[in-house]
Design a protein around this ligand. Structure first.
Ligand code: P6P
Length: 338
């Protein structure tokens, strides 16, 4: 039985096709690109769900650009996205959290007018523990002349994204995306019996006030004094609620972000002695999540400035990320920027 606004029956494909109608000049390239991301998500979801049965858990024995051990599923997800999304003529260059350099489009494939940065399987160190993980994507328009994408096309501020989203492989597989400009944030749950992402979370709005805080408190000894003051405040009564917040931390950004997006709250990955500019990657983690948070009525800051205003200088640049309900993020930012 269809719920309001097609909940439970409206497919992702129908949703983005309808969205395109609002842009008469659209030639369908952007819609087709989102479609291809959806197909890649279905393929990755299938492998993630049966990983334990096909010996796809575990490590490849290699390290990625981040100095992190590459999981077998990391590599599968990375290759799936590069092939399914990169070789279909809508992108002119890609950048993956797994790859040191930009990924050019092979000569035999057409180029398009968009660039995409992605994290193929964020939180993948949690795979073997069956903890929710996710794919994150961020799309900009090509800016440089010529047909091939360049580093300049990839190093764009988050405020110029034309779309961003994630797929969370959790108790169910949910695709959450936004094209910004007041179009809203929308969630689609994969119904494996029909093989479609069906609208499940129309027009997500993050609660203005939260009750949850998410941070790795194992880093407390590495934080500066202002960060310790913010987290101590959240654990006590010197905070916007006047009473302690609940702590929820999974250690998988997509899972922590998704929960706080729906329930409200504040997620923090602040700088620490081990990560002086923060741990999370600007282009493939912080900027897309901040784009979604702001489009859903939330806030996202580095502690000093709006994440979406940061102009990247390097592909794998890291930033601090404080993101979530506006009341909590604004409170934290006042302390961190003081
Ligand atoms: P820590 C996963 O490796 C990740 O990049 C994010 O998904 C997650 O939020 C963060 O790192 C967790 O880092 O240091 O708390 O384990």
């Amino acid at each position: 039985m269809a719920g309001p606004s097609g909940v439970g029956t409206r497919t992702f494909s129908q949703h983005i096709a309808d969205r395109q109608k609002g842009f008469p000049e659209a030639r369908g390239e952007f819609t087709a690109l989102l479609q291809e991301i959806m197909v890649a998500a279905k393929v990755i979801s299938r492998e993630v769900r049966k990983a334990g049965l096909i010996d796809a858990l575990g490590l490849t024995g290699r390290m990625n650009i981040q100095g992190e051990a590459v999981q077998i599923l990391d590599e599968f997800a990375n290759e799936t996205i590069i092939r399914n999304v990169g070789h279909t003529g809508h992108l002119c260059v890609l950048s993956s959290e797994e790859n040191a350099e930009p990924i050019p489009i092979p000569d035999q494939y057409p180029r398009g007018g968009y660039v995409m940065t992605f994290d193929p399987l964020d939180g993948s160190s949690n795979i073997d523990g069956n903890v929710s993980i996710g794919t994150i994507f961020s799309i900009h328009r090509k800016r440089s002349s010529g047909t091939d994408g360049t580093l300049e096309d990839l190093l764009q501020a988050g405020r110029d994204q034309v779309a961003a989203g994630y797929i969370i492989y959790g108790s169910s597989t949910i695709l959450v995306y936004s094209t910004g400009r007041g179009q809203g944030v929308h969630g689609f749950t994969l119904d494996p019996t029909v093989g479609e992402f069906l609208l499940s979370h129309p027009d997500i709005r993050i609660p203005t006030d939260g009750r949850i805080y998410s941070v790795n408190e194992g880093n407390t000894g590495r934080w500066d004094e202002k960060t310790r003051k913010v987290v101590a405040g959240l654990k006590g009564s010197d905070n916007p609620r006047g009473e302690p917040y609940s702590t929820r931390y999974i250690g998988s950004l997509v899972a922590d972000f998704h929960r706080n997006l729906l329930y409200g709250g504040i997620f923090l990955y602040p700088p620490d002695a081990k990560h002086p500019t923060g741990k999370l990657r600007l282009l493939s983690e912080a900027a897309p999540m901040s784009f979604l948070a702001e489009e859903a009525g939330g806030k996202a800051t580095t502690g000093r400035e709006r994440v979406l205003d940061v102009v990247p200088k390097e592909l794998h640049e890291r930033v601090p990320l404080i993101v979530g309900s506006p009341r909590e993020v604004e409170w934290a930012e006042r302390i961190l920027a003081s």
